[in-house]
Design a protein around this ligand. Structure first.
Ligand code: ATP
Ligand code: MN
Length: 465
């Protein structure tokens, strides 16, 4: 008999199925015994809720019933009936139960409810089976889908940029080397350095920290493109907002100035959050109940208010006048820390903030230089609880200014010659930004640690699963 997913029994109208025999398959969440019946809550991952299976002790062998414990997997065929119990429309009166895999109660780690998130990180191979991680990963899926849908609807092309890169010019962070050379006895140059000309690609290569530079090449031909892929940063920042491997969404748009760029970022984020509220309500309600009482109100707040747009210089003034004793000092030229970003968003404005026109010294070489000679047309979007969720800018399209900046920063021209050529031939004003996918999921799910919104987090000393 064909399996019916539990979401189709609990979410959609099932009047025509009531009184008929159906089959479900899934994992046992809980088992409760009363006098002549066993109540089994079964979940199949299709929805946060489990369906109640009622098994008459007289209809099943005792040996079989004994093996039905939390975590075991089974097939149930039975009669779908309206449920007398509160909070569930239907239940199943079991006629047949087949156990696929046992989960002995003396060794199955997810025996009880209420494990800490820290403990669950240590069993990342099993944590998808908890209600919490089921909810998070369904939301993660929905958000990835919404990203593609948004861009497709707006005429953007999905461009696949390389994961292995020969340029380390992005300057976005330390990189992971990719090499097939013998790590213990690498070939050496006469000067005693590792000879990368003998490596797989004939040069030093690394895992990418961003698809932006290649993304720009696409935008300068196709108009509007986006990338959505994994990026890698070997920074040793053990924070709740940094991963060594994370997913980034990077749109790049020809003919967009920084205002167009901000408009797109704001509309994009609002549209993603709306999508979550519309399509993930069960999971969001669960996470709100368990972890974050203000979650849904916060998501609605982002949709319903315009983002504040503020130059960096003004932000520094506000921070200096705040009377706050920040851990990191504030001065013009300082790279703002998460505590500063969150003060602006959560205390001062109480809504998302887009900061613009940062000092050029703390931003990348490719950002468009302002006429003041000091600032660049950067835009960072700051969110409540997260801090920076998007970093972007209008890109420098002027060949001479870009080359000058590259020389100032001592970036070898031979590393970026292909990037510079786009400014030599048919250059146009253009812009783009990068949205950290896990930071988005952190915000939408209300979780507090980025390790809990990616199935298999990569952080310093952690690559087990
Ligand atoms: P931060 O200052 O928070 O370390 P960044 O300025 O180095 O971030 P960008 O290079 O601007 O980050 O990357 C664009 C976006 O990617 C950021 O706005 C953020 O959402 C996300 N991001 C950056 N680094 C990480 C990381 N290590 N883990 C997860 N997401 C990240
Ligand atoms: Mn940034």
């Amino acid at each position: 008999m064909k399996r019916i997913k539990i979401v189709n029994l609990l979410k959609n109208p099932v009047d025509s199925l009531i009184g008929t025999t159906i089959t479900i398959k899934g994992w046992v969440r809980t088992r409760r015994d009363s006098k002549n019946v066993v109540f089994i809550a079964v979940n199949d991952g299709s929805i946060i809720h489990s369906i109640q299976v009622v098994a008459d002790t007289s209809s099943f062998e005792e040996a079989l019933l004994k093996e039905i414990t939390t975590g075991c997997s089974l097939r149930v065929t039975g009669n779908l009936t309206e449920s007398p119990a509160q909070g569930q429309p239907v239940e199943i009166q079991a006629k047949e139960i087949e156990i696929y895999g046992k989960a002995p109660s003396d060794s199955y780690p997810l025996q009880k409810k209420g494990h800490t998130l820290e403990f669950l990180r240590e069993i990342a191979h099993l944590r998808p089976r908890t209600n919490t991680f089921g909810a998070i990963f369904r939301i993660r899926h929905a958000m990835a889908f919404a990203v593609h849908q948004y861009f497709n609807d707006h005429g953007f092309y999905y461009l696949h940029t390389p994961i292995i890169t020969g340029s380390d010019a992005e300057g976005a962070g330390a990189m992971f080397r990719v090499s097939t050379l013998d790590a213990i006895n690498p070939p050496l140059t006469p000067e005693g350095k590792v000879d990368y000309t003998q490596d797989f690609f004939g040069k030093e290569t690394n895992l990418t920290v961003s698809g932006q530079l290649e993304g720009e090449l696409g935008a300068l031909a196709l108009g509007e493109i986006y990338t959505f892929g994994p990026t890698f940063r070997a920074e040793n920042s053990n924070t709740p907002r940094h991963l060594a491997e994370f997913w980034m969404i990077e749109p790049e748009m020809a003919f967009y100035d920084i205002i167009d760029n901000m408009d797109l970022a704001e509309d994009f984020l609002k549209s993603l959050v709306s999508y979550a509220l519309k399509h993930c309500s069960d999971d969001l309600e669960f996470l709100q109940k368990m972890y974050d009482k203000e979650l849904i109100a916060r998501l609605e707040g982002v949709i319903n208010n315009p983002f504040v747009r503020l130059p960096y210089t003004k932000a520094v003034e506000i921070l200096l006048n705040s009377g706050r004793d920040f851990e990191f000092p504030v001065f013009w030229g300082a790279d703002l820390q998460s505590e500063h970003e969150r003060y602006l968003v959560e205390q001062h404005f109480n809504c998302p903030v887009i900061l613009t026109d940062y000092p050029k010294e703390i931003k990348a070489f490719y950002m468009k230089q302002n006429a003041d000679g000091k600032t660049v047309r950067a835009m960072d979007v700051l969110f409540p609880r997260i801090g920076e969720i998007i970093g972007g800018s209008q890109r420098e399209e002027d060949y001479d200014l870009l080359v000058k900046r590259i020389h100032e920063l001592e970036i070898p021209e031979k590393d970026v010659w292909w990037y510079l050529e786009t400014r030599k031939f048919g250059s146009v004003p253009h812009s783009g930004f990068g949205l950290g996918f896990e930071r988005l999921i952190l915000f939408v799910s209300g979780m507090s640690n980025i390790r809990d919104v990616i199935p298999f987090p990569r952080t310093p000393n952690n690559a087990e699963f």
